[in-house]
Design a protein around this ligand. Sequence first.
Ligand SMILES: Cc1cc2nc3c(=O)[nH]c(=O)nc-3n(C[C@H](O)[C@H](O)[C@H](O)COP(=O)(O)OP(=O)(O)OC[C@H]3O[C@@H](n4cnc5c(N)ncnc54)[C@H](O)[C@@H]3O)c2cc1C
Length: 574
Amino acid sequence: MVDVSRHDVVIVGGGGAGLRAAIAASELNPEISIALVSKVYPMRSHTVSAEGGAAAIARDDDSLEMHGYDTVKGSDFLGDQDVIQYFVEQAPKELTRLEHWGCPWSRNEDGSVATRAFGGMSTKRTWYATDKVGFHMLHTLFQTSMKFGNVDRYDEHFVTKLLVDGGVCRGVAALDIRTGEMKAILGKAVILTTGGGGKVWPFTTNGNIKTGDGMSLAYREGVPLKDMEFVQYHPTGLPGTGILITEATRGEGGYLLNNEGERFLVTRDYGVGNKAELGPRDMISRAITQEIAAGRGVEIPGKPGRYAHLDLRHIGEEKIMARLPFVRELSKAYANVDPVHEPIPIRPVLHYMMGGVDTDIEARTSLDGLYAAGEVACVSLNGANRLGSNSLTECLVFGARAGEHATEYIKGASVGEEGPFVQQAEAEAARIDAFRGRQRGGEKIAKVREDMNTAMEDGTGVYREQASMAKAVKDIAELRQRFEQVSLDDSSKIFNTELIAGLELGNMLDVAEAVTWAAVQRKESRGAHACSDYPTRNDTEYLHHSLVYHSPEGPRFDKKEVTLGVWEPEERKY
Ligand SMILES: Cc1cc2nc3c(=O)[nH]c(=O)nc-3n(C[C@H](O)[C@H](O)[C@H](O)COP(=O)(O)OP(=O)(O)OC[C@H]3O[C@@H](n4cnc5c(N)ncnc54)[C@H](O)[C@@H]3O)c2cc1C
């Protein structure tokens, strides 16, 4: 028998989006009971590692229209313009609210909120707290969530299944990692805020916990994943580890150099115009990749591959210590260079997923009772390419919207007959027990994961080709077969990290399947999807979102219209 607990709203995820949803729901109705389920202690969510900042207009030379247009253009016209409109309006309100809750935004001399430049933004609109923005934001949200007495936390609980019966979602099955016991956590609405899945690729800025679990949970229940082919490569990751060096380095004036010491974004035509290093991420990542391919990459003794140099020396020690202290710390510890005196070797690194669980502007999915917000979701703010610093703000704006809408929704909803949901959790407990007990079989989790990483890097890198994408589709299908043969060395129940790694691998294979399927269908180049065989954007045939549905026979592909508005699609030039 599984342990059963009952709440009104169940939130899966304790990062920026999940905590913001919990606060919004609590503020709207302090009487409701909220479960906050997270596979790690909330402060360890990936949001904590964000460095650069969160976007919202703050200056006299800025406007909602400018933020809207920059975002639409950055998305290569695949962002939904009603969503973008709503987002830019809410953004300054959300960041100000965060300040009232205690977030220590950096200030200008006159006391106003300081903003920095970010790629693809036409003026300084990225709010920051030195270069530890995620840490301060998450702390603020976490401590604010604690002042409500109605949030019950389930820390270190791994959700393995959504409980769905008769077309409605009414809770989750969660494995208590400390005991190995399964629980049924019931509610009238469920909000997924489980973040992205960067660990599907080998070289990533993403923490180990970013395995796309929520995308898989929704996909398995028939909810489509949208725009999965669009994954963002951040231009500046450190060699070996992939640790992020924030775009704020370029916002503060950093240069990118090739092995001849040339500022190639200024001297060569990479489409970024006079934005130079502050072009959007997709274009800068392609420029670096091309410089390396042309033989102008920087070599680093003892490290494979080639790099570019990120040069901050001209910024000076004083400003680096005031604005980018963490960048200095990371560069010294992980690349053995002090950016005050030497350039930092970097290369493009997998950073963010524009795609995710398909939602509408209310953060609702197609499954009754299920919501999604934050990086796990695709509300269609980011389209084919996200602008840096829009995503932390997205977590706030749409986390809040999900929390509010779910609180309204449950007024008319009941869990109804509990039996079927509890039975599902029991069946899930049996499935997990069987998986843990699989002590025989040829395949190792680490090996299947490594092969998946390789297939994804080869098939869905900065540049893609039809042939390599088609091969990745085939490879992932084979890896799914091999996953069925995976066995575990550890059959114990308490803190079985091998079991968790196995469950996460299953989730990542779902994500990989959706990414490769969506990628191979899009025979054009748009935003982060740079297809060498089809180098131009093709609005006649491909100005649509892509949807991938799970089915036992294999994935099914569909399309969804893009919501246009005041900004007509035009050539994307800077
Ligand atoms: C290094 C780095 C720097 C970044 N810097 C910036 C920046 O400066 N500006 C910006 O706008 N964006 C930045 N981003 C992107 C941004 O930080 C993320 O997109 C955002 O924080 C995601 O927040 P989230 O709430 O959606 O998910 P996360 O913060 O990833 O939280 C996910 C939560 O879900 C829980 N969870 C996941 N799976 C399960 C499961 N199966 N069961 C139970 N719980 C589960 C986890 O425990 C966690 O609590 C950065 C990203 C990285 C990796």
